[in-house]
Design a binder for this molecule. Structure first.
Ligand SMILES: Nc1nc2c(ncn2[C@@H]2O[C@H](COP(=O)(O)OP(=O)(O)OP(=O)(O)O)[C@@H](O)[C@H]2O)c(=O)[nH]1
Ligand SMILES: [Mg+2]
Length: 412
């Protein structure tokens, strides 16, 4: 009897050990990826476990009730900082357009975004490409992302010359811009990229399930901890577009963009928002464009804005005018003009607390307290925010925002 009891105990012990090993193994596979093009994959649904994880790990972040002097920012970080509970997450994703050859550079961007923010939140990441993603790209990126990864192929018609474009005329422009040394002026793929980011990234089937996005490019840096749910922050404050760096566009790349925009507004006056940000785009009441744009290699925004009738009509109008190919219209001025004209300016937000770098410009919080609280690793002397060449002084002025303490030291 005693012996059969001992056997029973041994059996129970090994069974328990087996169950435990199986559990540990299943946890270890949570960041794998799927090979499908257009449908979200879910090799392992880690959402639940992440949500549970957040329930505990975010409680520690509650001490940050933000002492930024930017009145805009201090609005409701506290709210976004609340404990994340299951089902409380925003429908949001990171989105990256990349070539297979960008894989090593995008790893650095992902690592930074994960370390500074996403490892505590587990948001998904959508990767888009005009070619099939390589196994290497999928393997390397999926191992770093704490949320699910999705890999999508861009439809051919969104990455080629539309039938109404005169390709000889487009080639002449490229040749002229090559001689004039306009940056990316002779590139076809750069133009497809700008057109895609202007008109199509938000329509990709993989993006349909999401309400908010954060665009991330290869080789960027995040300098500070983001210890609150930044997507929830956007949602709670009703922000629809946010940025970190703004600057004037090279006029040589957009000679007729503003004229085309004015024609559009004449035809569709109903789309001009009554509380628009025209004064940031134009110094003479809309006659000319001063080139100010939000640098679109960083964007956190609400997808519904791009899906709106106003924006879709605007993009279509620009696309038919042909300036993506006959000139070199960038997605940054296109997005910015649309935001400035069709969005309530209250819904635009400047992040002064993240710290961001994309070659060659830095956004580094000039407020020392912010840098200390958020463990920033940047030199405020490199910050461009308050330099005259850029468009942020104007932004602060038009929005009536209080500049951070000591900002004068970092202006010109
Ligand atoms: N799939 C794909 N992605 C591209 C292509 N060209 C650019 N991209 C991506 O589009 C985004 C913008 O391209 P960049 O080359 O970074 O353009 P940029 O930021 O204006 O210029 P840089 O100063 O060189 O960074 C990046 O995420 C690139 O990875 C392309 O031909 N194919
Ligand atoms: Mg770039």
């Amino acid at each position: 009897m005693a012996r059969s009891n001992a056997r029973l105990v041994r059996f129970a012990f090994f069974a328990l050990l087996l169950i435990l090993s199986a559990y540990i193994l299943s946890k270890g596979s949570s960041s794998s990826y799927a090979v499908s093009n257009n449908s979200p994959h879910s090799v392992a649904d880690i959402k639940e476990s992440l949500n549970q994880k957040h329930g505990t790990s975010n409680a520690a972040a509650n001490s940050n009730s933000n002492s930024n002097s930017n009145t805009d920012n201090s609005k409701s970080i506290a709210n976004a900082n609340k404990k994340i509970i299951a089902g409380d997450k925003v429908k949001a994703t990171f989105v990256t357009l990349a070539r297979n050859s960008d894989v090593w550079e995008i790893l650095g961007s992902i690592r930074q975004v994960e370390d500074r923010f996403n490892r505590n939140f587990g948001y998904d990441w959508v990767f888009l490409n005009d070619e099939e993603f390589s196994e290497e790209f999928k393997r390397e990126t999926s191992r770093l992302v704490s949320g699910k990864t999705h890999y999508g192929l861009i439809p051919h018609d969104q990455w080629s010359f539309p039938e109404w474009i005169d390709t000889n005329k487009a080639a002449e422009t490229r040749e002229r811009m090559r001689q004039e040394k306009v940056i990316y002026g002779d590139s076809i793929s750069y133009r497809h990229m700008c057109r895609f980011e202007s008109g199509f990234f938000f329509r990709h089937p993989l993006m349909e399930q999401f309400d908010y996005y954060w665009r991330v490019e290869p080789g960027v840096k995040i300098f500070c901890d983001i210890d609150y749910d930044i997507f929830k922050f956007m949602q709670d404050n009703d922000y629809e577009y946010s940025y970190t760096i703004s600057l004037p566009e090279y006029q040589a790349t957009i000679p007729t963009l503003w004229e085309t925009t004015k024609h559009f507004l004449k035809e569709y006056p109903q789309y001009l928002h009554p509380n628009n940000f025209m004064d940031w785009l134009s110094d003479d009441g809309g006659v000319t464009y001063n080139g100010c744009h939000f640098w679109s290699n960083f964007e956190i925004g609400k997808l519904d804005f791009w899906r709106s009738d106003a924006y879709l009509a605007y993009f279509d109008y620009l696309d038919k005018a042909g300036g993506f190919f006959y000139e070199r219209w960038g997605d940054a001025p296109v997005h910015s003009i649309a935001v400035g004209l069709f969005m309530d300016k209250q819904k635009i937000h400047f992040f002064d607390d993240l710290g961001y770098y994309h070659v060659p410009f830095n956004n580094c919080p000039v407020n020392e307290q912010t840098r200390l609280e958020k463990n920033c690793v940047c030199n405020p002397n490199d910050d461009i925010t308050f330099k005259n060449y850029f468009c942020n002084n104007k932004y602060y002025k038009l929005k009536g925002l209080k500049k951070p303490e000591g900002w004068e030291k970092y202006g010109d």
